[in-house]
Design a protein around this ligand. Sequence first.
Ligand SMILES: [Mn+2]
Length: 360
Amino acid sequence: MQMTMRWFGTGYDLVTLEQIRQIPGVTGVVTALYGVPVGEVWEKEAIRALKQQVEAAGLTVAGIESLGIHDTIKIGSPERERYIGNYIESLKHLGEADIHLVCYNFMPVFDWTRSDLAKLRSDGATAMSYDQRLIDQTNPQDLAEAMKRQSNGYTLAGWEPERMKNIQKLLETYQGIDEDALFSNLAYFLERIMPVCEQYHIKTAIHPDDPPWPVFNLPRIITGKENLLRFIKLVDNPLNGVTLCTGSLGANPANDIPDIIRALRGRIHFAHIRNLRHNGPGDFEECAHFSQDGSMDMFKIMKTLYTTGFDGPIRPDHGRAIWGEIAMPGYGLYDRALGASYLNGLLEAVEKQGAQKGVS
Ligand SMILES: [Mn+2]
């Protein structure tokens, strides 16, 4: 496994590559061209410059997070052809730049959703949280406004103000799109991109829906074991894989993460590892990565990834805001650095324990 951090790029991320380089054991970043609107082509020159910048700092580009999917592709409207063409072009440029992992998600309208981006916890830290009762009391427009207000001035991936301006229109275009339609539009897209993925050996890794249930009546399909298995069979190509995000899947306590890891053996191409605390049905808050701070057994998760042979990039996921840091919600330096170190510690224990087992 390669320990990485998400990095949003100069001008978008206050955390620097030099800071990331000093986190023990972190050797790469997953990144993106944030300035390019979703749906447009990622040009060769811009990809090359990004890669050079990362490598000059002593890190590698372990993958792309994310190459966004235009809404027309999710909706399946005729305009999707142009955007699928653009996506293929971007993949080709990434392949030519020797980048072989692309993360994306297939959530209608909204990316990840939270009811509070700075919930105060008992130790004075703040963290992102979700309470279905609060979401039920609001509407998409007000939620987009609230997310923007709490964003500390950063553009949140998936909540770009220019997209959110047209939210009502966007919601209308999804009318009539149910789970099956979304699955079938996803299959159409994947079949179209697989040849270029094969040509450049690019692994694609769909990110689970967050939270993994419908929000504002919009369907969500990447939600748990059954749907993940349906997903990998949609296009049964080893390059068509999954980003195992423990925080997204784990928001539903019925999702048994180690069981899902075993079920997806060989098809997990990227892993986001974080913990969260369940407070009640549809009510959770993010917490430290440390097992005891939340509801998940992080040792068991790391051990299962290891024993099932997962060997891709891994990263700590959302962190809390601690030590007075003002950052993009979830993406400050301090708590993610603690997370990376904790996960590296677990991994060292798993590896050494395994080695002892092997000789005894
Ligand atoms: Mn994630």
